[in-house]
Design a protein around this ligand. Structure first.
Ligand code: KIV
Ligand code: ZN
Length: 497
């Protein structure tokens, strides 16, 4: 078996998606779950981009033992110095530096030429090498870079000491056979290519990220850059779970990873919940419908022999149909255990606070499942918000003009208002707007119920525009009108400081 290294960039390329930002504590939860999952490298952030990113790289470095911790930089000395400083506590550390190599980047982004970019690339690797042994170099927009020039850059950075060279299809433009040929060309034409590992980093703009990644692997790449649930810039990155399960299903490829596939589902739920980023129901491997057979013909076939229609066993990805559901009678220990199975370790006061929220939810909802428990963890982040919903009362019905009255606390002081609207949500938001007197427009509004049952928790995602900037808000409640107001307040809290 050939070993394929898994480089997870959920906390860097994934986390840079608007609305997906995590605080340091949440990033540590995800990093620990990735460690349990068996990834080889965790790209923990881009330290120069913000003090928050810097701090996250520091704290993840302390919290995680086995995976290499990687920090992103531009090919700029200051970036590299800051990344090296952020990585000081990592047991295994890597600096990921690079520069754009396509004509688009060279001419328009850098106003430069190929020779100068080549020199800058080599200088960046040499400078990073003066801080850490393990240096990865990315040729940004390699997907649209001429192969002959790309080979020159790859050869030069390997000679300068790069241990891994990343060939990103930054724009998600390549066709699988073209991307595969690119990797093949590099494997065959770069002197010293075996002194480094070639890495894939594919974006999903045309829905080809996983196909391109596999084409790269089949042609010699031995590291793949992936994210949980395929999250990432625009249409996202290659998803970790897809690559891991392709290799598990296709043993004939003789390529192996260290991923413990049984942890895939729980990691997917954790990331989705903490980032408030729903997984599309038909998403391969981790979507709600990925193993659901609805047509009669399929159901009949699966009942007779599972393999008639299933190429994977759901338990291989950690979907446990018999997993314990919690109820109002479940104790603190049961909640703690369930959370730890889901990759979240809480104790002491934090556990007490979560348990109180759990009991409140269990009063309103009979069975509490994994999504509900993770939703409570995610909700904790808004507990320190400046503006908080105190109460909400709505009356609506057929033939009635909906009316809402609500109270919100702003920095501890209670404000109250009432309003009508064309529906209960509209009435409640109109009342809220009487208190928060800012110009803001609701741009997107989605309500989702994850599980079956009319007592389910409704999740609301909103985008609110204020002074030209779009803010993302999230709310979750068994009362969808309350969830909507919470989501609106969550968005407002990001610009009313
Ligand atoms: O897509 C890309 O090119 C990247 C690089 C910064 C590695 O994310
Ligand atoms: Zn990327």
């Amino acid at each position: 078996m050939d070993r394929l290294f898994i480089f997870d960039t959920t906390l860097r390329d994934g986390e840079q998606v608007p609305g997906c930002q995590l605080n340091t504590v949440e990033k540590i939860q995800v990093a620990k779950a990735l460690e349990q999952l068996g990834v080889d490298v965790i790209e923990a952030g881009f330290p120069i981009s913000s003090p928050g990113d810097f701090n996250s790289v520091v704290e993840i470095s302390k919290a995680v033992t086995w995976p290499t911790i990687c920090a992103l930089t531009r090919g700029v000395q200051k970036d590299i110095e800051v990344a090296a400083e952020a990585l000081q506590y990592a047991k295994r550390k890597r600096i990921h530096t690079g520069i754009g190599t396509s004509d688009y980047h060279i001419r328009y982004k850098f106003n430069s030429n190929q020779e100068e970019i080549l020199e800058r690339a080599v200088a960046a690797v040499k400078y990073a090498k003066s801080f850490v042994e393990d240096v990865e170099f990315y040729c940004e927009d390699a997907g649209r870079t001429d192969n002959v020039y790309l080979a020159r850059v790859v050869e030069a950075v390997i000679k300068a000491g790069a241990t891994v060279v990343n060939i990103p299809d930054t724009t998600g433009y390549c066709l699988p056979h073209v991307y595969g040929e690119k990797i093949k060309f590099l494997m065959e034409n770069v002197k010293g290519v075996h002194n480094a590992i070639l890495s894939t980093h594919c974006h999903n703009d045309l829905g080809m990220a996983t196909a391109n990644t596999m084409a790269g692997v089949l042609n010699g790449a031995r590291q793949v850059e992936v994210t949980i649930n395929g999250i990432g810039e625009r249409a996202g990155n290659t998803s970790l779970e897809e690559v891991a399960m392709i290799l598990k299903c296709h043993k004939d490829l003789h390529i192996d990873t260290q991923i413990n596939t049984h942890k895939i589902y729980s990691t997917s739920r954790l990331v989705s919940n903490l980032m408030n980023m729903p997984v599309q129901p038909n998403k391969a491997i981790v979507g709600r419908n990925a193993f659901a057979h609805s047509s009669g013909i399929h159901q009949d076939g699966v009942l007779k022999n599972r393999e008639s229609y299933e190429i994977m066993d759901p338990t291989d990805v950690g979907i446990d149909k018999n997993s314990i559901v919690l109820t109002a009678r479940s104790g603190r220990a049961a909640l703690k255990h369930r959370l730890s199975v889901l990759g979240v370790n809480v104790d002491g006061e934090k556990l007490d606070a979560l348990y109180q929220e759990f009991l409140k939810l269990a009063d309103r909802k009979k069975d509490i499942n994994d999504d509900d428990v993770l939703m409570l963890v995610g909700k904790e982040r808004s507990s320190k918000d400046r503006i908080r919903l105190e109460y909400l009362q709505v009356s609506s019905g057929v033939g009635l003009r909906p009316v809402a009255s609500l109270g919100v606390k702003i920095a501890g002081e209670l404000f109250e208002a009432a309003a009508t609207g064309n529906g209960p949500v509209d009435a409640a938001i109109n009342a809220l707007k009487k208190i928060i007197n800012r110009k803001m427009t609701l741009q997107e509004f989605t309500i989702q119920a994850i599980n079956r049952g009319s007592d389910d928790v409704g999740k609301v995602h909103m985008q609110v525009e204020h002074e030209g900037v779009v803010y993302y808000g999230f709310g979750a409640n068994t009362d969808i009108i309350a969830a909507s107001v919470e989501a609106y307040i969550n968005a407002i809290n990001q610009f009313v400081k």
